[in-house]
Every structure is written in structure tokens, then in C-alpha cells.
Design a protein around this ligand. Structure first.
Ligand SMILES: Nc1ncnc2c1ncn2[C@@H]1O[C@H](COP(=O)(O)OP(=O)(O)OP(=O)(O)O)[C@@H](O)[C@H]1O
Length: 307
């Protein structure tokens, strides 16, 4: 089966001369949740806007469900639903009409049963006759998702789906996205919230300065780049790292009360036994110790910093 999205050698230079995307290659498979992570201005919105046909590419090829987004625009676009960053709905329309109208824009015949299902799945059914302006911010966001699903797309793009929403709504959105995936929809989301990618994604792509610097299965990424940290709470704070320990990968916390040792948990020899022996030789006692695994956030910060 072909991938749902296939991006080959994609470049984008804006009229200003700014190179927003540099030779992007990416495949996204049916039924996965793919998170595109990157700092502000990295090129996330540009990439999804090109795939969705809102921004023209400079060169390269993009296929959506096998259809070329330039030469077979309509066929490609009908496979895609887009939930943009900004709310864009007619404040004076009802929820039902807004979502039904959106389906019509894709040239699809009316299908009230589908609209009803979408509204029910998004807990919007009770509000179907309300005007958009009378809805809460969270409800408006749900309407944006309902609009994007009105024409039964195979692939759903969510651009910063939870920017500025409260924790409860964020959890609801995550739940909704999972349900959508269970129903067979492929999901691509952009996010600043690493926590969101960590919680939701099957695979993660990191984009920085217009380059896709990494694409990896989430668990593999965390295994491969993740480190573990051992923190030893010292009996007596130190002013500096003792010279006798300078060859070990050790840091001293700012207040001198903790020694921090980073190690690769995958390796057979973590070096912890040696560390403990050397501490005892140096007469350094500790009261307590704990370990911590690096989060996706640590990994991300290191990756972007290393660029
Ligand atoms: N129409 C445009 N003309 C010129 N430059 C643009 C245009 N749109 C975006 N850019 C620039 O291209 C780069 C990528 O922008 P883009 O919006 O894709 O980033 P992003 O990763 O989505 O950022 P954010 O997280 O802030 O939304 C930025 O430097 C931006 O200033």
C-alpha cells in the first residue's frame, strides 16, 4: 500500500527570498499519529500548508493518498481535512449549517447521517442549532474539527490543536484524536508542546530551520537518545567537583548538594558501580539517590541546540 502522504525533495522559498523548507523527504503511513515538532518559525505551518494546497511549493513532489497535490489537486485535497491554527467560521451561522456547508465546498453531496455522526462524536450534537458566536472557545475548536471532517477525509492535519486551550480541553482533544485514529484516520499534528507529542504520537519528526532533522518512532527515539540521570544527594555539600573525579561524566548541582551522573541505560556497563567505588575512595558520602529518565523535552532541546 502506498503511504498516505509522500513528500519528496520538497523545497520552499518565499517571494521574500526566505528558504522556509530545505529538501524535505517524508512518508506518513495509514492510521498513524505523526507529530511534527519544532521551534517557532521552523517551517511546520509552511510544510502542512503546502501539503494542503494553501501554499505553492517551489520544487519537489507531494502525493496525498497517491494523488499529486499539484497536478491532481482536487483528488488530493478531497482526501485531506485541515484544522488550522486560527478559528475561521462565520459567527452568525449555526453549527449544523457551518459543518454541512464545509462538506459542500468539496463537491460532496449532502450526507446528514455523516454530519450527525461527526457532531455526536465531538459532543457538539446538543449545540447543532446554536450560532457559532454563542459557543465557548473550546466548542468553537470542536466545530473547526467537525468542519475538517465533514467531507470524510482520510488524512487529518491539526495545526497546533491545543495552543492556548486549558488542560481539560487539551485532554479532551487528545481523546478525540485517538478515537479518530481508531476509526482509521491518519493524523498529522504540529505542536510546540513536547508533552503532547510524548503522549500522543506514534512517530515524531523534528523540524528546525526548514530542515527535517529527524524522523523516528517515538519509543525508539526515547530509547536511542534518552539518557538516565543518577542524582546523589550528598551528606556534605561540595564547593567544586573533586579533582579525583574529574574523569567521570559528573556534574555538581548549583548549590553543591547533589552530584549528577548521566549514563546510557542501554549499555551493559553503566559505570555506576565504578562511580560508587570512587566516591567511597574519596570519602564522599551521600544520603539519598534517585534516577530520572530524560523526557522527550530533554531530547528535543538537545537536538535543536546541537544544530
Ligand atoms: N508568506 C511568507 N512570506 C515570507 N516568509 C514567510 C511567509 N510565511 C512564513 N514565512 C517565514 O517562513 C518561516 C517558517 O514559517 P512557518 O510559519 O512555517 O513556521 P512554524 O514552524 O509554523 O512556526 P510557528 O511555530 O511559529 O507557527 C518563518 O521564518 C516565517 O517568517
Amino acid at each position: 500500500m502506498h503511504p498516505d502522504i509522500s513528500v519528496r525533495n520538497l523545497n520552499k522559498t518565499y517571494a521574500s527570498g526566505h528558504r522556509a523548507l530545505k529538501d524535505i523527504n517524508l512518508e506518513i503511513h495509514r492510521g498513524e499519529i505523526f507529530a511534527l515538532l519544532g521551534p517557532n518559525g521552523a517551517g511546520k505551518t509552511t510544510l502542512i500548508s503546502i501539503i494542503c494546497g494553501i501554499v505553492n511549493l517551489t520544487d519537489g513532489t507531494v502525493l496525498a493518498d497517491g494523488h499529486n497535490i499539484v497536478t491532481e489537486y482536487r483528488a488530493a485535497r478531497s482526501k485531506i481535512g485541515l484544522v488550522p491554527q486560527e478559528l475561521n467560521t462565520d459567527a452568525f451561522e449555526t453549527v449544523w449549517n457551518t459543518v454541512s456547508f464545509s462538506r459542500g465546498l468539496f463537491g460532496k453531496p449532502p450526507k446528514p447521517a455523516h454530519i450527525e455522526k461527526v457532531l455526536r462524536d465531538l459532543s457538539l450534537w446538543e449545540k447543532k442549532d446554536s450560532m457559532i458566536m454563542a459557543l465557548s472557545g473550546g466548542m468553537k475548536r470542536r466545530v473547526m474539527i467537525a468542519k475538517a471532517l465533514s467531507h470524510e477525509p482520510q488524512i487529518l492535519f491539526l495545526d497546533e490543536p491545543t495552543a492556548g486551550v486549558d488542560v481539560e480541553l487539551r485532554r479532551d482533544m487528545w481523546e478525540m484524536v485517538r478515537k479518530l485514529r481508531e476509526s482509521g484516520v491518519t493524523i498529522i499534528l504540529t505542536t510546540h508542546y513536547i508533552e503532547e507529542a510524548e503522549e500522543m504520537a506514534d512517530r515524531i519528526g523534528v523540524i528546525s530551520g526548514g530542515e527535517l532533522i529527524l524522523v523516528e518512532e517515538k519509543h525508539a527515539l526515547m530509547r536511542k537518545l534518552g539518557k538516565k540521570e543518577l542524582r546523589l544527594h550528598l551528606q556534605n555539600p561540595l564547593d567544586a567537583l573533586p579533582e579525583g573525579l574529574a574523569d567521570l561524566d559528573l556534574e555538581l548541582s548549583e548549590d553543591g548538594s547533589e552530584l549528577i551522573y548521566s549514563f546510557d541505560a542501554q549499555r551493559e556497563h553503566t559505570g555506576i558501580a565504578t562511580l560508587l567505588r570512587r566516591l567511597s575512595e574519596q570519602g564522599i558520602d551521600f544520603k539519598d539517590l534517585r534516577t530520572r529518565e530524560s523526557s522527550l523535552e530533554d531530547i528535543f532541546v538537545n537536538l535543536v541546540r546541537a544544530k
